[in-house]
Design a protein around this ligand. Structure first.
Ligand SMILES: Cc1cc2nc3c(=O)[nH]c(=O)nc-3n(C[C@H](O)[C@H](O)[C@H](O)COP(=O)(O)O)c2cc1C
Length: 204
């Protein structure tokens, strides 16, 4: 399937981090404006983009215990969800800041069912699905690896909420879903489990 290289994220927005924190809220309704490639670029970069290299390791936008980076992001784009992004399911590749299209149709209705029918999942132009390879972090931290992975997912969600606030986008973190259903819906490989859904789009 095809791959889409995202535009470089624009790093000189006019909203301060303090202002974005003050505005931050979980928002569950979306305007009609589609998600552009620039919007997707911002959100994915804030979530897991490569920011710099340290000792040969590509470091990402969110902290990671021991730089183990156990998270993989998927993006479901609904039929009318995005401008310049075709509908379907994509896997984000941080080093190349690109999206690999792994399905050419959205799985939104199954994703929504897996999240108990939540309207925020149904209605969002795009849904970011944060998945994790728990073993990757547990190998380094047998006692605390599991909690570290959940903590890392929380960092990702906060980055996404703040970047949304700074760019007229909005999101709501969704933790209430069936792991098994979401895993099956996305046909995730055995080592990946879903940990968070982040539906996003433009504000109403
Ligand atoms: C771990 C976690 C899971 C959540 N799951 C859901 C969810 O499934 N559905 C939802 O509508 N909101 C969900 N929320 C959002 C909370 O309802 C929201 O953060 C809370 O009401 C406080 O509001 P605020 O984020 O606007 O400050 C979740 C938040 C967190 C941190």
């Amino acid at each position: 399937m095809s791959s889409i290289t995202l535009p470089e994220p624009e790093l000189d927005g006019t909203v301060s981090v303090d202002r974005a924190i003050a505005w931050r809220a979980s928002r569950r309704s979306f305007g009609a404006a589609p998600v552009s490639r620039e919007d997707a670029s911002r959100v994915l970069w804030a979530a897991q983009g490569v920011t710099h290299t340290r000792d040969g390791i590509e470091m990402r936008a969110a902290p990671s215990a021991g730089a183990t980076y156990p998270l993989t992001l998927f993006l479901d784009v609904g039929p009318d969800g995005a401008k310049a992004l075709p509908p379907g399911v994509f896997r984000y590749d941080p080093p190349s800041h690109s999206l690999e299209r792994i399905r050419d149709t959205s799985v939104r209705s199954a994703l929504t069912s897996g999240a108990g029918g939540q309207a925020v999942v149904r209605d969002a132009p795009a849904v970011l699905v944060v998945t994790a390879d728990f073993e990757r972090t547990r190998r380094e931290y047998p006692d605390h690896g599991t909690r570290y992975v959940y903590m890392e997912a929380g960092h990702v969600a906060e980055n996404v909420q703040l970047v949304c606030e700074a760019h007229d986008l909005c999101t709501c973190p969704v933790g209430a879903f069936s792991d098994e259903s979401v895993k099956r819906t996305l046909d995730l490989p055995a080592e990946l489990d879903p940990v968070y859904l982040l539906p996003f789009g433009h504000r109403r």
